[in-house]
Design a protein around this ligand. Structure first.
Ligand code: FES
Length: 248
């Protein structure tokens, strides 16, 4: 299999970037997309050229580090998968594949396809945790949680923080990410103690980080590899209104 990769190359956040084309032969259908990029980098090493920087860790759709735009879609042409779960069989022989980094003001490019997503970490620092002392692991049935509540919390907890929602939003809003993290914890009894503070602080930090406002266009839900529902954003807004009312 042979394809042409058109890849964004950029030395650092301050330099101007641009696309560079690479014709790559010797690929197979079964290769993952990241393995195809590995293959290209091996060729570049052999030619004494600078390798392409891209991020990954788990390569199994868990860590959220591998996100890039592929032919204009976050994580590529398939729904509900991450870049590392994409395989070359999703492309045709001879195809041109355009690969770009996430583009958002709050995600400056570090190098090539790698962007700085620490703005999401800064939101998490404002309440994406339970601070009550829980001691050792309690007996599983000590705190009963209804199945509907547990299911909803687990659906929100599926967010892997990849940033596809931000990159695919025309406003570069982080509302879906922030809402998923807030709703996951605020739905459960363990998160109730600091629920109001959490929603106020995390949503305030989201605004401070330079993300845009949500206008409910829904691109985030479509491109989210975990299929997180946009209804989480409405729920976050309701929780925020309630928290403000409690703080009056
Ligand atoms: S490398 Fe971890 S989700 Fe892709």
């Amino acid at each position: 299999m042979k394809v042409t990769f058109k890849i964004w190359r950029q030395e650092n956040a301050k330099s101007n970037g641009g696309f560079q084309s690479y014709e790559v032969d010797g690929l197979t259908d079964d290769m993952s997309f990241l393995e195809a990029l590995d293959h290209l980098n091996e060729i570049l090493v052999g030619q004494n050229q600078k390798t392409i920087a891209y991020e990954y860790d788990c390569r199994e759709g868990i860590c959220g580090q591998c996100g890039v735009f592929i032919n204009g879609r976050a994580h590529g042409p398939l729904d509900n998968i991450t870049t590392c779960q994409l395989h070359m069989r999703s492309f045709t022989d001879g195809q041109t594949i355009v690969v770009e980094p996430w583009r958002a003001k709050a995600f400056p490019v570090i190098k090539d396809l790698v962007v700085d997503r620490s703005a999401l970490d800064n939101i998490m620092e404002q309440g994406g945790y339970i601070s009550a002392k829980t001691g050792t692991a309690p007996e599983a049935n000590a705190i009963l949680v209804g199945k509907d509540v547990a299911d909803k919390a687990m659906d929100a907890a599926a967010c892997i923080g990849c940033g596809a929602c931000v990159a695919s939003c025309k406003n570069a809003s982080a509302a879906l990410f922030t809402a998923a993290k807030i709703n996951h914890m605020n739905s459960l009894p363990q998160g109730k103690q600091e629920a109001h503070r959490r929603v106020l602080e995390m949503s305030r930090q989201m605004e401070l980080e330079g993300f845009g406002s949500c206008t409910f266009t829904g691109a985030c839900e479509v491109e989210c590899p975990e299929g997180i529902s946009i209804t989480n954003i409405a729920e976050m807004n309701a929780r925020r209104a309630m928290a403000k009312w409690h703080n009056l």
